[in-house]
Design a binder for this molecule. Structure first.
Ligand code: GDP
Ligand code: MG
Length: 343
């Protein structure tokens, strides 16, 4: 178990002083810890986290690799909230998909994904059970082997069970076993179960197993805290998601959103100014659109979500900035907020 203060970059200074959050009234069997959710792009990690946490935090997109930063989602389970589960606080780390690095950003994604694994108390390895293992699944398994060497429990969650044909009663168990086996062959020590992130199958059972493997420990965050991610970052993700949904033809990697100003003007109004960063001058016209229509549409999609997030009306200003080859520049990556966790 690592102390949350060892996660720089994820906390505001004044929040550090408050963590960990001890509560004398917790039962002695209370469990807590970090759970890394790993898996290749598009298997449903963000969807699962959103479902488990009951609110939108990680970005979900039919395009792969839209989650770039590690997102902390905190799930506090108490007898009042979920009496069917033992009391616990699960701190989820959503990792980018582990995949073959193609350029610096790809490399960075792999590094952060790998970095999240040894820090965790356990790993949930999510796969898409509706397809046989891919080369990328093998890469994830390899990363698990090399970074864990069997020291941390791995829970293999076979997702998208809703896409599988319904098993007949006499073949159900062996049918499932057959589907799980090719994944288990890649990491034989894993415990496994089928889930559906979208339909909800087996999610309570998944939580029960996650809690079972957590160490005894206190709450590290107040009960009502769902995520510690700076609102600013989530705001940037919402804007980026809106941009991706409007710019269907564009490569997600070529676009970043950088929130410059985030000011609560008064009870009713928050002012947000953000840059939509792209790589080529030629992309600028596409993002802005004819008479600014496309950019306006991005703002229109993002604004209601931002208003939900901050709990006030939002005045949103979007700017389009060209930063040639920003993906290649690590310095720039850091400036854009894609920080690595150096130890
Ligand atoms: P990530 O890249 O691993 O974070 O994957 P996402 O959460 O972004 O999901 C990728 C795609 O798979 C999205 O279109 C999801 O709606 C879809 N998806 C996720 N979970 C399920 C599931 O349980 N069943 C089905 N049918 N689709 C799912
Ligand atoms: Mg994701």
């Amino acid at each position: 178990m690592i102390h949350p203060s060892e996660w720089p970059d994820q906390f505001e200074d004044d929040e550090l002083d408050e963590a960990p959050f001890f509560d004398d009234s917790l039962p002695p069997d209370h469990r807590s810890g970090f759970v890394a959710v790993v898996g290749r792009p598009n298997v449903g990690k963000s969807t699962l986290l959103n479902h488990l946490l009951g609110q939108k935090i990680a970005i979900v997109s039919p395009k792969p690799q839209t989650t770039r930063n590690q997102l902390l989602g905190i799930l506090t389970i108490s007898p009042a909230s979920q009496p069917e589960l033992p009391p616990a606080q699960i701190i989820f780390v959503d990792t980018p998909g582990i995949h073959e690095p193609h350029h610096k950003l790809g490399q960075y994604l792999v590094e952060t994904a790998l970095a999240a694994i040894p820090d965790a108390d356990e790993v949930v390895w999510l796969v898409d059970a509706s397809e046989p293992p891919t080369a990328e699944d093998r890469l994830v398994a390899k990363a698990l082997h090399s970074s864990l060497a069997g020291t941390i429990p791995v829970l293999l969650a076979l997702n998208k069970v809703d896409l599988l044909p319904l098993p007949s009663s006499e073949t159900s168990d062996s049918g499932e076993d057959d589907l799980a086996q090719p994944f288990l062959d890649l990491y034989p020590a894993a415990e496994w179960l089928f889930v559906s992130a979208t339909r909800g199958d087996n999610q309570t059972e998944l939580l029960r197993r996650i809690i079972h493997h957590l160490p005894l420990g206190p709450r590290y965050f107040p009960e009502d805290q769902v995520t510690d991610q700076q609102t600013r970052f989530i705001a940037a993700e919402f804007i980026r998601e809106a941009a991706l949904s409007v710019l269907r033809q564009e490569v997600p990697h070529a676009l970043a959103v950088w929130v410059n100003e985030f000011k609560r003007r008064n009870e009713k109004m928050t002012y947000i100014s953000a840059d939509v960063v792209i790589e080529r001058e030629s992309q600028k016209a596409i993002v802005i659109g004819e008479k600014g229509k496309t950019l306006k549409k991005i703002g229109q999609i993002a604004r209601p979500q931002l208003e939900d997030l901050v709990g006030s009306q939002v005045y949103l200003e979007l700017w389009v900035k060209v930063r040639p080859k920003w993906r290649q520049k690590e310095e720039e990556l850091r400036r854009l907020g894609y920080t690595t966790h150096e130890k």
